[in-house]
Design a binder for this molecule. Sequence first.
Ligand code: ARG
Length: 455
Amino acid sequence: MWGGRFESGPAAIMREITPSIGFDKRLAAEDIAGSRAHCRMLAAEGIISKDDGQKILGGLDAVEKEIAAGEFVFKRELEDIHLNIEARLAELIGPAAGRLHTARSRNDQVVTDFRLWVRAACSRAEDGLLELQRALHAQAAQHLDTILPGFTHMQVAQPVTFAHHLMAYVEMFGRDRARFEDARKRMNESPLGSAALAGTSFPIDRDATAKALGFARPMRNSMDAISARDFALEYLAACSICAVHLSRLAGELVQWSTQAFGFVKLSDAFTTGSSIMPQKRNPDAAELVRGKTGRVLGDFVALATVVKGLVLTYGTDLQEDKERVFDAADTLEISIAAMAAMMADLTANPARMKAAAEAGYPTATDLADWVVRVLQKPFREAHHIAGSIVKAAEERGLTLDALPLEEMRKIEPGITSDVYAVLSLESSVNARMSLGGTAPARVREQLAHWKSQLA
Ligand code: ARG
């Protein structure tokens, strides 16, 4: 491709280190789309003849078919997807193929392909997250009245509903989805026509190629267009945050499905056995989603490190961008899909959830609040009184709502039987009517809000 000034071929080690075809063949469809747009524009502007334009377009169709049929022979000595396709085009249509690269460089070609690929990856992540949110929403709608302990410090804190807990993840994944959408819109500008770095002397029409490829507009600065990879970094950052969120939900699933918790059960389809312990039902997929987070975070750090300190414009360092993005995309997409499937699959065990909540005196705050409201005590004093009553209940092995009134009155004589109205799990949950609170009436509002968003 560049024989003119070279007398000998590359060293063997160069043939090892240089090729990217092993991975950038994934850009084939985008490369052909970019070449079509470029070719049509060249012909429209009279930079190449209409006849050559037609030949090139016909050849690109043939190449596309060969790739789709698995008949295309990718050659390592042709380095990358761009040179592989161009060389095959030349075999198929002859010298006209050599005109396609007029007013173009692999530098704007590769980053155009890559932007198209990452743009589509954002859309796939958005679609996957929508499905995951729907699965969480459907599960939540079944459990508006299912009470489980809400934890802080992994200690039983206050009773909440399972619907409320699941809807917290719907919120998180909603923000993740918005991050991909936002990144997708920002990256949707065309670098094509920036050529090697400085633009071209040919009278090209960058608006036309941008439009043909579905970009909102051409990028303003050719040097920026060639060297910028923040679109890929933004995608990886969105993947990273999303993977962290997935790992939290995965962690919950692992914990909820332990014998000690028993809050949920995953079906046989989503658990694996042990080769030695017949009783085991391991939540492998949840553990893998949790574990794969490290890869995605690593992908972000790896690409950020490649770009760091890299002066303008293109350096072959940037060839390292694609594998990190492909790996993150593959990892995230399977993680989202597995999580959505597990969320649809799981069966909650409300009895176990309730027993766990009762074991932890989660209505102690309600007792303290009652003392404040009815006996007009300062909250700090009420906190102390409630703490002493919890201690008394604990000594007798009773829940707060089963502790006899006289035991409470020994600690605080002002307490009356009215207090029992606030001591049950249900009354505690129903009382948390503040906006965003766990009362079923409030959670129902969250469900209604998301129902229309997820429709
Ligand atoms: N394979 C290269 C990459 O992935 C394509 C661009 C090469 N450009 C160049 N001037 N060597 O970045």
